[in-house]
Design a protein around this ligand. Sequence first.
Ligand SMILES: NC(=O)c1ccc[n+]([C@@H]2O[C@H](COP(=O)([O-])OP(=O)(O)OC[C@H]3O[C@@H](n4cnc5c(N)ncnc54)[C@H](OP(=O)(O)O)[C@@H]3O)[C@@H](O)[C@H]2O)c1
Length: 316
Amino acid sequence: MTISKNSRIFLAGHNGLVGSSILRKLKKKKYKFIITRSKKKLDLKNLNKVNHFFKKEKIDCVILAAAKVGGILANMKFGAEFITENIQIQTNVISCARKYNVKNLIFLGSSCIYPKLAKQPIKEKYLLTGKLEKTNEAYAVAKIAGIKMCENFNTQYKTNFICLMPSNLFGPNDNYNSETSHFLPAIISKLYSAKINNKKEITFWGTGKPKREMTYVDEIADACLFFLNKKTKHTLINIGSGYEKSIKQYVDIVARELKLKIKIRFNNKKLLDGTMRKIVNCELARSYGWRPKYDFKKYLGICVKDYISKYKKYNN
Ligand SMILES: NC(=O)c1ccc[n+]([C@@H]2O[C@H](COP(=O)([O-])OP(=O)(O)OC[C@H]3O[C@@H](n4cnc5c(N)ncnc54)[C@H](OP(=O)(O)O)[C@@H]3O)[C@@H](O)[C@H]2O)c1
């Protein structure tokens, strides 16, 4: 089905980092019927409520950006919740979408679904060819189940459910909680706090050597709208910017952005490094006509300003 400005679009997770960017994009593009529910109003873990919601709302297409998400520490501590809640959310939404004849659905996953030792840049066909990174295995297994669900629904029910796999994302509205945040917001908040407390030295986790691709969140919002309007042969498609640096280099870039001169150390605990390199191959997305377009440094500056403007809120 082709999407029109009058299509009824359910955007799940509209308050989150990714969801809020998609919401801005849908509004900018003047989609008239954007349907959103906070977790408080509609807990997607509750099948009865999700079923009732789909029955009532007559939804044409779904963007599933709701998930239990967190950084390495949260993933290591709360594996039980990461696997259970994500499987519940995605199973309820994907199965109700099928039941109520939603033809187009975008399911968002993450590049951590690929094997820890996958050849880089990672191609979609490397899925399930090796062991996962232990620190986020529970989350990755849940996301893989979602991908396989979409794949099988497409084959059996002729749906058009597409799974987009972004690399690490950053953007305004990120999570800066020190227990649950991803590495870039953690770097921004730690360095800014060091700056305002006049610290002379700061220590980061791990060795600083792992390399990560960073993608601005509006890039994935673009990709969601692009693929919502496409009928694809493939269910699983990578999305990434191609911008790759080591963690240490990201620390240096943020320190420069904050005009901060400080002695930077790493605790050198390899356990906290995670996968040594993670960059996705986007040839498949390109073959459908999608191209990345955002510039890392410009958008990093926007995020740093966003964090500074909300610093008091985060530290109360
Ligand atoms: N952040 C990244 O670096 C990154 C990288 C790659 C892929 N992704 C993918 O992008 C998607 C969104 O991630 P994000 O970073 O935007 O996460 P986020 O900022 O934590 O937002 C998650 C959203 O999910 C909603 N949610 C969580 N549990 C829910 C439930 N039981 N019922 C209803 N809503 C629920 C939350 O709603 P409330 O606000 O109402 O509580 C929140 O708005 C995930 O699938 C993730 O795998 C993220």
